[in-house]
Every structure is written in structure tokens, then in C-alpha cells.
Design a protein around this ligand. Structure first.
Ligand SMILES: [Ca+2]
Ligand SMILES: [Ca+2]
Ligand SMILES: [Ca+2]
Length: 304
């Protein structure tokens, strides 16, 4: 939460409490300070305080600070509604302010969440799971979300929803775990530029190709060894997010030809770790990068 390169620890407890506690990691592995964040529910007539059942830390409005998303249920209410609360992190974790309260649907005791940019527009979207229903909270921008939309009702109970690219097309799909494992393939049509690359081999050349740019645009190729996930907002890109886990790094840049194809060839370092690498290309557009676009990501293993 605090951007000091040490992972902090978030804790929300479910029994009769609407608080979330943040434990700051002092860098030695100790967590000396349990900072309590009282969840500022708007008192929206739920009857009882919602209780947190899931927590995410992600940069919702893309200002470079991770914010909080709290999935909670109102256990005493007749329909057990799920309430998703978005809380802005101000001044690197010293202040938190509620920015949105989204009534999603009915839960029955739990609400699981997962976050990712499902439509590759640079804003992180949320999937919320109750018992049999999965809802999408699609991000407009910043802390604004579309009303929750049911994307599937399962015949059996499931409790956990998580995101992963299951078909390798560079867009997040969803997995629902419960009595059955259910796979949702994200069929959002990606119309922007795309990224292709060859086999990533130690000490060998690697060709990266971005298609679909405008002629003569500069294309930036980036990678992360942390895999595909939600980055913080990137200031140079108008605070849009990448699908690369921080820290990500610039591989290099290339200018697109008249056909909108940008090609970059590099040599993979001979000592590159034999790990999975996620890559993505990005084109900076608009004042301050506000209209920047990214390709779907690619993940592949570095091999000998
Ligand atoms: Ca933020
Ligand atoms: Ca999105
Ligand atoms: Ca996919």
C-alpha cells in the first residue's frame, strides 16, 4: 500500500466488524503497525453493517497509489446483499476516503472478487462472485463503474472467482471454483494493435512485432517477470494501467512503418532467468498519454 517496495498486509475480518486493518511492512519482515481503516459505508439502509469477506489492493483511478476494494455481505438482511466498496488511498496510505458503494446482488455468506482489465481499455474491471452468480463491474474511468451486470448464473455453488488468460490470447478469462470448476472465456473482441513474438531463448535473438499501429507511430515494448496482472497507473500513459505486474521494464521501442507494423529485434541476455515473462506493447497517444492504447499481453517461458 505504501509504495516503499515492501509488501504490506491487508486484513479484514468477517465477524461483526466493518473494519480493515493494514499492517505496514517495515522491510525487516516485521509488521509493527496495524493501521485500522474503518469502512465508511454510507449507511444505505442495509439494517446491519456489511462485513468484509474479500479485499483487493489495486490502483483504481491509476494515480500510482494502490487503493482498496472491499467485497462484503450484509448477513442479517433478508437478501444478503453484496456491497462492493471502493476506497481511495490518499498520500500513500495515510488517508482513505470512500469513493463508491456498489450494490451488486445477493450473496449468501460470501463475496469473492477478482480484478483485471477485461476489455483492454486501460481501466481495471471487477468480477464479483456470490453463490451462483458472477457479476461484472465494468470500469468507466477512475472510480466510476457501470451498474453491476450478471454475466452468468451457475447451476451449482461456487465461492471463488479468479482471473487468468486460459486461451493464450492475451486477455483475462475467469475461473470459478466451487462444487464444479467453471471456465469463462472472455470473448471481448480486441480491435486495437496486437503483439507477436518468437521463442524466447537465452542468448538468442527475439523478434517482437506490433501490428495495427498508425504509420510512423512509436511503439514501446515492455516486459515483466512478475507475469500478467494489474499494474499501477502509468503517468506517461495518462495513468492507464498495463497488464504487467509491477515492476515492468522497457525492452525497447520501434517506429511503425507505413503499414502500421513496428518490429524490434533484441538479443535475450544469456543469463536471463528461466522464468515466465509477460510482454505487452503500448502506444502513447493524446496529451499526457490519455489516449494511449495497449496490445493484449503475451506470456511465455524463457528457455535454454
Ligand atoms: Ca490509486
Ligand atoms: Ca477495462
Ligand atoms: Ca484469454
Amino acid at each position: 500500500m505504501s509504495l516503499d517496495n515492501y509488501s504490506d498486509y491487508l486484513y479484514g475480518w468477517k465477524l461483526r466488524s466493518s473494519d480493515v486493518r493494514i499492517f505496514w511492512n517495515d522491510g525487516t519482515g516485521a509488521f509493527p503497525d496495524g493501521h485500522r481503516v474503518h469502512l465508511p459505508y454510507g449507511g444505505g439502509g442495509y439494517g446491519e453493517d456489511p462485513m468484509p469477506t474479500s479485499l483487493l489492493a489495486l490502483d483504481i483511478e491509476g494515480d500510482g497509489d494502490p487503493d482498496l476494494v472491499v467485497g462484503s455481505v450484509v448477513p442479517q438482511a433478508p437478501t444478503q446483499p453484496i456491497v462492493v466498496l471502493t476506497i481511495e488511498n490518499r498520500f500513500e496510505g495515510t488517508q482513505f476516503i470512500e469513493r463508491g458503494e456498489h450494490l451488486v446482488g445477493s450473496a449468501i455468506s460470501s463475496a469473492s472478487m477478482s480484478a483485471g482489465d477485461l476489455d483492454t481499455d486501460g481501466d481495471i474491471d471487477l468480477l464479483v462472485k456470490g453463490r451462483r452468480d458472477v457479476w461484472l463491474l465494468e470500469s468507466n474511468d477512475n472510480f466510476s463503474f457501470q451498474p453491476a451486470r450478471t454475466i452468468l448464473t451457475l447451476p451449482t455453488s461456487g465461492w471463488v472467482v479468479t482471473l487468468a488468460d486460459l486461451d493464450g490470447n492475451g486477455q483475462f478469462d475467469a475461473l470459478d471454483g466451487g462444487e464444479n470448476l467453471t471456465v469463462f472465456v472472455n470473448v471481448t473482441l480486441h480491435e486495437g494493435p496486437t503483439l507477436e513474438h518468437g521463442t524466447i531463448k537465452r542468448g538468442q535473438s527475439l523478434a517482437l512485432t506490433c501490428r495495427g499501429a498508425q504509420p510512423h507511430e512509436q511503439v514501446h515494448f515492455l516486459y515483466s517477470t512478475g507475469g500478467a496482472g494489474n499494474s499501477l497507473g502509468v503517468s506517461q500513459l495518462g495513468y492507464r494501467t498495463l497488464d504487467l505486474v509491477d515492476p515492468f521494464h522497457l525492452i525497447g521501442s520501434a517506429v511503425a512503418d507505413v503499414n502500421g507494423v513496428a518490429e524490434l529485434t533484441i538479443t535475450v541476455p544469456p543469463n536471463a532467468p528461466l522464468t515466465t515473462v509477460a510482454m505487452q506493447a503500448v502506444i502513447r497517444r493524446g496529451p499526457g498519454g490519455v489516449d494511449s492504447i495497449k496490445t493484449p499481453f503475451r506470456t511465455d517461458r524463457v528457455s535454454e
